[in-house]
Design a protein. Structure first.
Length: 244
């Protein structure tokens, strides 16, 4: 039976009349023309259909529209217009230094974006900000999960930008931290961890998944900033300057 349901969508009041059991996903896409929310697995696991309902991430493919009554819903289109996640499409390389990476690491699903700046005189990358969303099943300890994610990203930045063992005549040249450069607090970026609480699946890994995609994330941001595509890590100033 059709119901009249009122809610707020991307900060605007919306009224729809439809079957109350119908999935929010299809109301957004078919009735309201918001195609940014995608249909993926249809089993509430892949995350393609994720939206925010009262600031909590939910899978819209299994969320009945009747449960949206009186609530605030934000889709990817709404996130684009806010100061927190503002982003607009542009032809690459845009010069903005924005990178994206998505991955599934042993059952943990990750989507991350980064903003970097590249000094064209020195070739050095400065990472301004990383926003990292992660679905690892139920979030048992949110604060601990955020710390794991921040640590994993920081560790990954070392692998991506500076850490390298060099050899000469079969001997290792980098024997201490004077030449083997690990991440420093002085160049750590602002990191925002977005936790997707998904109690419908078993818990999976938290600390390693943020690390895995950082190299690709930085390489994609470098491409957007400069037009340079590097496929070897770390993305050292010397390698960047050689391609500029």
């Amino acid at each position: 039976m059709d119901q009249t349901i009122r809610f707020r969508l991307n900060s605007r009041p919306v009224t729809v009349t439809t079957d109350g059991d119908r999935a929010l996903l299809w109301v957004l896409r078919a009735d309201l023309g918001l195609a940014g929310t995608k249909f993926g697995c249809g089993q509430s696991q892949c995350g393609a259909c994720t939206v925010l309902v009262n600031r909590e991430a939910v899978r819209s493919c299994r969320f009945p529209i009747r449960d949206a009554a009186g609530k605030e819903i934000v889709t990817i289109e709404g996130l684009e217009r806010t100061g927190r996640y503002r982003w607009k499409a542009a032809k690459a390389p845009s010069g903005r230094g924005h990178g994206v990476v998505c991955l599934d690491y042993l059952g943990t699903v990750v989507a991350a974006m980064a903003e970097i700046k590249v000094d064209r005189k020195t070739g050095r990358i400065t990472v301004v900000r990383v926003v990292h969303a992660q679905d690892m099943g139920p979030v048992i300890n949110p604060e601990g999960a955020r710390m794991q994610i921040e640590g994993g990203i920081t560790m990954g930045l070392g692998y991506a930008l500076s850490e390298e063992i060099r050899f000469s005549g079969g001997a290792i040249r980098d024997l201490d931290f004077g030449s083997y450069e690990i991440p420093r607090f002085s160049w750590a970026p602002k990191i925002e961890a977005v936790l997707i609480d998904n109690p419908e699946i078993a818990p999976s890994g938290c600390g390693e998944p943020p690390n895995v995609g950082v190299g690709g994330l930085m390489a994609n941001a470098l491409l957007d900033a400069t037009g340079v595509r590097l496929t070897r890590l770390p993305l050292t100033p010397a390698r960047i300057l050689a391609k500029l």
